[in-house]
Design a protein around this ligand. Structure first.
Ligand SMILES: Cc1cc2nc3c(=O)[nH]c(=O)nc-3n(C[C@H](O)[C@H](O)[C@H](O)COP(=O)(O)O)c2cc1C
Length: 319
């Protein structure tokens, strides 16, 4: 029933397009799948059924796809899970919170479940809950997650505690990076930032350009954007975004901001997002932004990973 390995074995390139709220809609997901990866649709904490349903329709018209849900916000909008199940995705990600309340219904629909984790303890917990595969997501990754352990140490730890498939996420943006995690034992790479900047992404053009312009040292992990927007993200989750004028002022002063978020700031942040003002609004992206240097289609991004075998061969001199 829940054969993640079978799903991954069918891919031309072992790359899963990460579910990314605000970036990965149906168009991006289906473009990644068409190119030989597995595309996923991201469902954010403020998503509505009316927004999600058409995206899932586009994704399913393009073949196999996955959906990424946020456990902490599902109780506020449980219909998001109903709509997702009705679209029969090939895999569902239950991340950012406890997957237990949703596992039996998803498994009952014959759909495998993966969960992103940011520590060894979290990996043990979701494995105990019964997920079918684990995505180890390092601190260098873009978007929300834990900000505590980097991808490679976490991957090595988690591979040692389970025989289930382990996917690697965070900082993987080239064939070299893909080869590295596959050589370590990962079943596939779970890639966000390079696809967020792709033509089919829902990112505004200004945000795509900002990712292309940023270097590896121009991101910051912070809760400041969520606090400014009055989002109720559990406090263990921050998000990695491009450094900008707002983070320069607030990334290190989150406690102060939390004590008193000015209404004007919340309104300004909302407006900045609508207008694509990258100096104020969050552009969620990881350290691999520095490896994204040109405008590409999702197919070009998938193709850029396809040369990973050359690097596996290079490592064979040690055999
Ligand atoms: C713009 C953006 C939005 C994201 N939104 C989600 C999301 O809605 N759900 C989720 O599970 N992960 C989300 N993530 C995290 C990704 O699933 C993944 O962990 C991360 O992108 C991997 O690191 P990378 O960006 O270095 O490839 C998001 C990441 C980015 C860059």
């Amino acid at each position: 029933m829940t054969d993640i390995d079978g799903l991954l074995n069918d891919l031309r390139v072992p790359v899963v397009g990460a579910p990314m709220a605000g970036a990965a809609g149906g168009r991006l997901a289906s473009a990644i799948t068409a190119a030989g990866g597995l595309g996923m649709v991201g469902v954010g904490n403020v998503a509505t059924v009316e927004q999600l349903a058409p995206e899932l329709e586009i994704a399913s018209a393009g073949g196999r796809f996955g959906v990424g849900l946020m456990c902490w916000s599902l109780p506020d909008n449980p219909e998001l899970l109903d709509v997702t199940l009705a679209a029969s995705p090939a895999v569902i990600s239950l991340s950012f919170g406890d997957p237990r309340p949703y596992l039996s219904v998803v498994h009952g629909a014959g759909i495998p479940v993966v969960a992103q984790v940011g520590t060894r303890t979290e990996a043990l917990d979701v494995l105990d809950a019964g997920v079918d595969a684990v995505v180890v997501r390092g601190d260098e990754g873009g978007g929300h997650g834990r900000g505590v352990v980097a991808t490679l140490p976490l991957l090595q730890q988690v591979l040692d505690i389970t025989d289930k498939p382990v996917l690697a996420a965070g900082g993987i943006a080239t064939a070299r990076g893909l080869a590295a995690v596959l050589a370590a034992g990962a079943a596939a790479a779970w890639v966000g930032t390079p696809f967020a900047a792709a033509e089919e992404s829902l990112f505004k053009d200004s945000a795509k350009q900002a990712v292309i312009d940023a270097d590896t040292d121009q991101t910051v992990y912070t809760r400041a954007f969520d606090v400014a927007q009055r989002f109720d993200w559990p406090t263990i989750y921050g998000g990695r975004a491009l450094s900008n004028d707002f983070t320069a002022q607030w990334a290190e002063r989150v406690t102060e901001l939390e004590a008193d978020v000015p209404d004007a700031m919340t309104a300004q942040m909302k407006q900045a997002r609508v207008q694509g003002d990258t100096a104020m609004a969050p552009v969620y992206a990881g350290e691999s932004a520095g490896l994204v240097t040109e405008h590409r289609t999702a197919a070009q991004v998938v193709d850029s990973f396809a040369g990973f075998r050359d690097y596996l061969v290079a490592a064979q001199r040690w055999l």
